[in-house]
Every structure is written in structure tokens, then in C-alpha cells.
Design a protein around this ligand. Structure first.
Ligand code: GLC
Length: 661
């Protein structure tokens, strides 16, 4: 049962696809104040759990902290950070009363879930202009499935996007890319994708390729594809200000950039220096920007990652002017520490400044809308613009596409990577915890920077993180410029890395099948144990194990120097460990607590009682997987319905085959 309440004059975000009539009056749950600002208040019971919020910090159960939906370039996301790159305003209260809430509101919104007062949940925003959807269901999982139905079908990437990808900020030349390809191929570690970070461009200009380093780019793209590797370039939100650069000139001429109040194009400094932001909320501008992806698809490119689209701002001209004023007011140097603080504070506040987000406007259906009022939609609309353009460029073809910033609704157009994490063990666990929350909000094609983006990784951390990445639809190793080399062949023990990454390919028919099932039935690809075993009080509290698809449970190792870990089995399961040379061990474990040994080069998983999964031989890339090598592992007599399709066309027929043991 879904009820839709309307407050004030909401902005049409397009998050919900289904037409739902308005319900008059006030929701059954909680209390609402909607004069001027908006406040929802609910008193939680002791045992209530609260799930959701997609890409957010902390636990699967969100109780106890305060989260702010405000798409933010947050490269240092320590535990105390309240906003990350996405804004996903869907939560489910699960307990004596079970219901879901979706606050369709595209600006900043605060979710205090027992932070100020342990028992109190308050959801608030500055303006009472929003749609509130209240969903009643039998269980949290039931609520999620109802919600997923109304927000529309999730994005399906091409099958090659389920292969392993290598990325690094700092690959600059053909040689750099060839070295990566050689490193993987010569060590016989599978690889499907190499990501091109900003250095492939000419002066960080979108839709350009550095001609000097990448002469005859189409031939280079083809050379890589010959080797079974797709190149996936980055596209940033900001278009460099430079006369004579066609994208800039066209944008200015067409009036396609976001404007200041006085009608001039707003300027923000990002990687290329001064940039303008395409007004992707404006249909004409979005079409124009989207059509530019053609310049790269025409050269053989089949996928992109959209970045800096919160949009991130290093500083604006206005911000720098304010800083100059502060510095000159301090020039007498009489106040010492106080002046230093003021300067530091002003300089520190230049990036992603709320004041800047109030300085520019979008033009939507003839109306000027100040950016901060629709801030959380920018990455969504940039990605939608690209996806819709692909529909024009090559109808019927799937492209790989994922974004850094997002809002619910974007899940229909692309995936997400979860931004600039660090090479910290805590971020491995955060990666795991975010996965089901993202799925609740429709985002199925998701993944984190495996090994960690910022700071130096270690061999052990990377191996353990890859062993989780085996199960995330987007499996990509990415690292920041200046950090230690992080490719899988950089640590000597290539056998261990080969074995872990090969496991991804061995399981690919299962993972892809479960992904398709989740998409076509508006379901979750990975679920917390609480959604699968709601009657099992212990299972409901487990935050470091997940159910992937319907047949298996994972329990990755996420602590340093561990030789194994404790795991809780809500039912009997077959414990499998995947090892080198295509070997595996299996052991039946009864319901309850166990300590299982897991070496650093092993990938563990648990097949649920009475189930089975398909397994194939590893291959160097997805296209090379030989389905004739398929066998079925798990419980005798079990049957598995395997979904598959051609992996490349949007209208490809799904085949369903029964595999049995
Ligand atoms: C941002 C992205 C990161 C990328 C870097 C350079 O920090 O999040 O993935 O490597 O920009 O483009």
C-alpha cells in the first residue's frame, strides 16, 4: 500500500515513474510540521531498525547517527561525515510498525535517526515543498520491493561490465595503458576494462583526446579491444572556459550553461581551471551535452564514468574575492591567531561552498531555479543526458555508464561508484554495508574503488577487498595519483591475485543471472540477512555478511592479519572456498556460529541449504568465458534457474535455463 502526500509546490524530480494519486490528510505514522520548513517526527521503539539512505556512511541499520542528503565531493569520508556523493532519501522503519518513507525533495535534507535523542527520528528540510510517499508492508523487504516497483527498472550494463577493471589516476600515455594490459595479460590475470582518468584529455577538456599522446585514438581503442580490453574514459561536469574549444563555444552560443542571476555564465574552478556547468536540468542543454558523447563513441568507446557532478567546485571567482578581502583586512597583522583562523577558515571554505551553490541558476521549463534548491539532481541529470544520448547514438546498444553523484531515479540510467574512499580496512567494511542500502534505492550496478583510492594500499588489504569485489557488480581497482602502484601484478604474489580475480569469472554466470533477476523483478541483488531471515533475531543484527542473489551468502574478511573470521549461519549451508588453479573446497556447516579459516588468496562463499549455483572455468575476459565448461555446485538434487542474454543489446531476449545437480 503506497500513499502519496503533497506538501507545497514540489519540484518534479522524475524519481517516481508510476502515477500515484494524492492522498489527502496526514500520514498514519509520525507527526508532520509543514509551515515554512518541513519536519517529520517519529518516536522509535527499542527494537526498531531503520534501513536505507543508499550511499551513506555507517551501518546497514542507520539508527544512532545523523545523515544529510547533500551530494558532496567528500574525498575524506571518515566516520563522522554526514554527506557523501549521493542523496537517496528512502528509509524503512522495521519493528512493531513497519513502513517506508520516500522524501522526494531535491535539496538538502537531514535525517536524524536517534542522534539528538536516542528514540527520536526527525527528517527535516528548509522548505515544505515535497512529495512524501508512505509505504506499508508486511516486512522491510516487502516495503522495499513495493518502492522499487514505483521508481522503475534499474539500469543493465553490457555484460563485459561485469568483468574486472583497472583504473588509476595518472595513466597518461598509450604506453601507460599498454603496460597495464601487458601486466595483466602476461601474468594471466583476467581483465576486461581499463579506465581512462582525466589525463587522456587535452587540458582536461571534456570530449577531447590528447592528440600527442593518443594519436589515431580509434586504432588504439581497437588495439585494446583486440586484446579483450575496453577503454572507459571519464567525463567531468565542468566544461573548460576557452575560446575556440567547440564545446565551450557552442555552450555559450546556445545559452546551455548555468547562469548567475544577472544572466552571465557562472564560472567555477575545477580540474581544467575555469569551467562552466552545462545546465543538464534544461532539456535542450542536456540533449546538447549528451550528444557530445558521440565524439568518443564514434571512436569505438563503449562506456563512460561521469565525475565531479555534485557538481564539485574547487573555488569560484566570488569566493576568491572574499578571501582576498579577508586577507587584506588582516594585513595589519595585529590580531595574530585570530587572523590566521579567519584566513584558514575562509580558504578552507572555498571548495563546494554553499554560497556558490546559491550563485547559479537552471532554466527549467522557462523558469529560473536557483541551483541549491535542486542541487541533488545534477549528477542524476548529467547521467540521464548521457544515457538518453546513447539511445539516439546507438539505439538498442547497452553502454557502460556510472556516475559519482546521484539521486533516486538515476538508477534507471546508470550505476554508481561510491567515490574517493581510502586504503583503510574500515572502508572495506563500509563498502559492504553500503551495498544493500544502495540496492534498496534502485542502484544495482555499484562498486567501490577496490584497494582504496586515497593513501597507500597493502597487498593484504587489496586481496581481501578484491575478494569482496568478486561479488559487486562493478569490480574496479582504482587509486589516486601519488599513491603506491595498485595494479594486481604489483605485489609479487601474482598467483594469489590471479586466483581471487579468476573467481569472479568462474562465478560470472551466477552473478550476471542474479543481477538480471533483480532487475527484471525490481528486487535486490544483495540483501542484509535481516531481509532474508526476519524471524531470526541474531541474523537481523548481522552487519558484515550479505546474501547475494538468492542462493549464496558472503562473509568477507575485513581485518588485517586475520586468518579467518567468525560467521553466523541462519541455516545449514555449504561453505565453499575458491582457490588457485580452479580448485575449491566444500564443507557443510550447521546452523549457528562458526569460526572459518580463510587464507588471503581464497574467496569464501556459503551456498544456502538445498541450493546450487553454476560455475565455469575462468577466462581472460568476459567474452572468452566458455559456457561449455559450466558445472553446478552445491546441494545434490538442487535446481537453479539461470538467466542470461546476449549481453549487449537493450532488447536482448532473456533465456532461462534450469541447471541442476
Ligand atoms: C575525483 C574522482 C576520482 C578521480 C579524480 C581525478 O577525485 O572521484 O575517481 O580519479 O577525480 O579525475
Amino acid at each position: 500500500m503506497i500513499r502519496k502526500y503533497v506538501f507545497g509546490r514540489p519540484f518534479e524530480t522524475g524519481a517516481v515513474e508510476e502515477q500515484i494519486g494524492e492522498t489527502q490528510g496526514l500520514p498514519l505514522y509520525g507527526e508532520i510540521h509543514s509551515e515554512g520548513s518541513f519536519l517529520f517526527r517519529y518516536v522509535m521503539r527499542d527494537g526498531d531498525a531503520v534501513y536505507g539512505l543508499g550511499e551513506a556512511n555507517r551501518g546497514i541499520n542507520k539508527r544512532g547517527y545523523c545523515y544529510v542528503s547533500d551530494c558532496t565531493d567528500q574525498p575524506n569520508h571518515t566516520e563522522d561525515k554526514r554527506s557523501l556523493y549521493g542523496a537517496h532519501n528512502f528509509i524503512v522503519v522495521s519493528g512493531e510498525e513497519t513502513f517506508g518513507l520516500f522524501f522526494d525533495y531535491p535539496s538538502k535534507m537531514t535525517f536524524d535517526i536517534g542522534y539528538e535523542k536516542t528514540e527520536l527520528m526527525t527528517v527535516s528540510c528548509e522548505r515544505a515543498d515535497l512529495y512524501l510517499y508512505v509505504i506499508e508492508g508486511e516486512s522491510a523487504y516487502d516495503v522495499v520491493r513495493q518502492f522499487r516497483k514505483i521508481i522503475g527498472r534499474s539500469y543493465i550494463p553490457p555484460k563485459f561490465a561485469f568483468g574486472f577493471g583497472q583504473s588509476r589516476w595518472g595513466y597518461k600515455t598509450k604506453e601507460d595503458f599498454r603496460n597495464v594490459a601487458d601486466g595483466y595479460r602476461s601474468n594471466r590475470i583476467p581483465l576486461d576494462l581499463i579506465y581512462m582518468d582525466i589525463d587522456y584529455m587535452q587540458d582536461y577538456k571534456d570530449f577531447t583526446v590528447n592528440e600527442e599522446e593518443f594519436s589515431d585514438f580509434p586504432a588504439f581503442v581497437a588495439e585494446m579491444k583486440e586484446r579483450g580490453i575496453r577503454l572507459i574514459p571519464i567525463i567531468d561536469a565542468g566544461v573548460k572556459v576557452e575560446e575556440g574549444y567547440p564545446v565551450y563555444d557552442e555552450g555559450v552560443r546556445g545559452g546551455y550553461f548555468c547562469k548567475r542571476k544577472d544572466g552571465s555564465d557562472f564560472t567555477a574552478s575545477v580540474w581544467p581551471g575555469e569551467t562552466h556547468f552545462p545546465d543538464v536540468l534544461n532539456e535542450e542543454a542536456a540533449n546538447w551535452f549528451g550528444d557530445h558523447y558521440r565524439s568518443l563513441t564514434d571512436q569505438g568507446i563503449e562506456g563512460f564514468w561521469n565525475d565531479m557532478n555534485e557538481p564539485a567546485i574547487f573555488y569560484s571567482q566570488e569566493g576568491v574575492r572574499e578571501l582576498q578581502q579577508v586577507i587584506s583586512s588582516c594585513q595589519k597583522m595585529e590580531r595574530g591567531m585570530a587572523d590566521l583562523h579567519k584566513i584558514q577558515q575562509t580558504a578552507g571554505g572555498l571548495a563546494n561552498a554553499p554560497a556558490d551553490y546559491r550563485r547559479f541558476y537552471h532554466s527549467v521549463n522557462g523558469q529560473k531555479i536557483r541551483h541549491d534548491l535542486v542541487h541533488n539532481l545534477y549528477g542524476y541529470h548529467m547521467t540521464k543526458a548521457a544515457a538518453q544520448a546513447f539511445g539516439r547514438i546507438a539505439p538498442n546498444r547497452r553502454f557502460l555508464l556510472f556516475s559519482r553523484a546521484s539521486y533516486i531515479g538515476m538508477h534507471r540510467y546508470g550505476g554508481i561508484w561510491t567515490g574517493d574512499n581510502h586504503s583503510w580496512w574500515s572502508h572495506l567494511l563500509l563498502n559492504l554495508k553500503m551495498l544493500p542500502s544502495l540496492n534498496m534505492c534502485g542502484f544495482l550496478y555499484v562498486g567501490a574503488d577496490l584497494g582504496g583510492f586515497g593513501a597507500d594500499t597493502t597487498k593484504e588489504l587489496l586481496l581481501r577487498w578484491l575478494a569482496l569485489g568478486v561479488f559487486t557488480p562493478l569490480m574496479r581497482d582504482h587509486s589516486a595519483i601519488g599513491t603506491r602502484d595498485q595494479e594486481a601484478y604489483q605485489f609479487g604474489d601474482t598467483e594469489a591475485f590471479r586466483s581471487v580475480i579468476e573467481t569472479r569469472y568462474r562465478l560470472l554466470p551466477y552473478l550476471y543471472s542474479e543481477y538480471l533477476k533483480a532487475v527484471y523483478s525490481d528486487d535486490m541483488y544483495c540483501r542484509p540477512l535481516a531481509f532474508v531471515y526476519p524471524e531470526d533475531a541474531f541474523a537481523c543484527g548481522v552487519e558484515d555478511q550479505l546474501i547475494i542473489g538468492d542462493e549464496i551468502m558472503i562473509a568477507p574478511v575485513y581485518t588485517e592479519n586475520a586468518r579467518g573470521r567468525y560467521v553466523y549461519l541462519p541455516e545449514e549451508m555449504r561453505f565453499m572456498k575458491f582457490m588457485k588453479d580452479g580448485c575449491y573446497t566444500e564443507q557443510t556447516l550447521g546452523q549457528g556460529h562458526h569460526y572459518v579459516e580463510i587464507a588471503v588468496d581464497e574467496v569464501p562463499l556459503f551456498i544456502r541449504a538445498g541450493r546450487c549455483i553454476p560455475l565455469v572455468d575462468a577466462a581472460s575476459c568476459v567474452d572468452e568465458i566458455d559456457m561449455r565448461t559450466m558445472k553446478v555446485i552445491g546441494y545434490e538434487g538442487a535446481r537453479y534457474e539461470r538467466y542470461d542474454d546476449d549481453g549487449i543489446h537493450t532488447d536482448s531476449q532473456v533465456t532461462r535455463t534450469i541447471e541442476s545437480l
